[in-house]
Write a protein that binds this ligand. Structure first.
Ligand SMILES: [Cu+2]
Length: 342
């Protein structure tokens, strides 16, 4: 029997080989794969984007909990109080729930989430604050929250597995200042991360960084056909989100990006900025930059603060410098405009 491309399972590398690049092709393929999983008819066309009536991959996702524009600048400082010693206490609530998320228009992924969103909320504290995280597991699998930072072993979110229906309270001092992350550490770890259980944990220095426009970018991807490799790549979950809707940046204004790599399956990820260079604060643990470059490599769990300002107006691309990742969704645009006096 000959190998029939319309029935053979399609991997992302098949897509790349066929030239079905860009979201429309990938989304059409992913939808077809999902349709196949559901036992529905579906086929993959490398020309899907041009077929009349095929709107897959066009426009924005309709899932309001995954709005990359909102997520980009959304920081959760928790419920703030003071303890007897006058120390700031920040309380956060994270609940693990299973949820289908729309990772691209018309493409759903059966995720495991913190608070129904991927990435989970961006938690923000200042060095020295007492952080208390109320974790409830309302999912169907055992989970934990493992915070990066300096804390007691019993607060490390590895051995105290929280079973479905159970709760756990993590409590620790926010330290050291820097850009950190949290993620589930239940086994198999690869699966619990790939399913979406991760987020950003930002610890500000006591002396604040200079005023800037601040953004969080979590580099991730999704294995939509469960073949152990990603079909789509993204910043903040939705492939091409900031390509379809460029991030508007004011000329001359300091931009600060908190960038974290949570990509599973692929060993490395990267960030390349066009028409500019950026200062790198590695792990965000110092106030002086470590490097001045336009391309930066990240392994999983690695995170850095990037600072830059644009001298010129116009549209500038940013993307993974693994070209394959860029073509499968990890690319965006900064639209630099003249400073506007409000
Ligand atoms: Cu988990």
């Amino acid at each position: 029997m000959t190998d029939d491309a319309s029935t053979r399972p399609v991997s992302r590398r098949d897509l790349v080989r066929r030239g079905a690049l860009g979201l429309a092709g990938v989304a059409a393929a992913s939808q077809a794969l999902r349709a196949a999983e559901r036992g529905l008819p579906g086929s993959v066309s490398p020309h899907g984007a041009h077929e009349p009536g095929n709107a897959v991959g066009q426009g924005r996702v309709s899932d309001a909990s995954i709005d990359p524009m909102v997520f980009l600048e959304q920081f959760d400082g928790g419920e703030v109080s003071r303890d007897a010693a006058g120390r700031t206490v920040r309380e956060f609530h994270l609940t693990a729930v299973d949820r289908d998320i729309e990772v691209a228009p018309g493409v759903f992924y059966a995720a495991w989430t913190y608070n129904g969103q991927v990435p989970g909320p961006t938690l923000r504290a200042t060095e020295g604050d007492l952080v208390r995280v109320h974790f409830r597991n309302r999912g169907t699998h055992a989970h934990t929250i493992h915070f990066h930072g300096i804390h007691a072993a019993r607060m490390d979110g590895v051995f105290e597995v929280v079973h479905p229906g159970d709760n756990f309270v993590y409590e620790f001092e926010a330290k050291p200042f820097g850009l950190h992350l949290y993620h589930c550490h239940a086994v198999p770890l690869k699966k619990h991360i790939a399913k979406g259980l991760y987020g950003t944990f930002l610890v500000d220095p006591r002396t604040p960084r200079p005023a800037a426009r601040e953004m969080v970018m979590v580099l991730n991807g999704f294995d939509t056909n469960f073949d152990g490799e990603n079909e789509v790549y993204a910043v903040n979950t939705v492939p091409f989100a900031y390509h379809h809707e460029p991030i508007v940046v004011r000329r001359g204004e300091l931009q600060r990006i908190y960038m974290i790599n949570l990509l599973e399956f692929d060993l490395i990820n990267s960030m390349h900025l066009h028409g500019n260079f950026f200062h790198v604060y590695r792990t965000g643990t110092k106030l002086a930059p470590d490097e001045f470059t336009d391309t930066l490599m990240f392994c999983q769990g690695e995170r850095h603060i990037l600072e830059f300002a644009y001298e010129e107006t116009g549209r500038f691309m940013f993307h993974a410098h693994q070209s394959e990742f860029a073509e499968l969704g990890w690319m965006g645009l900064l639209d630099v405009v003249e400073r506007v006096i409000a």
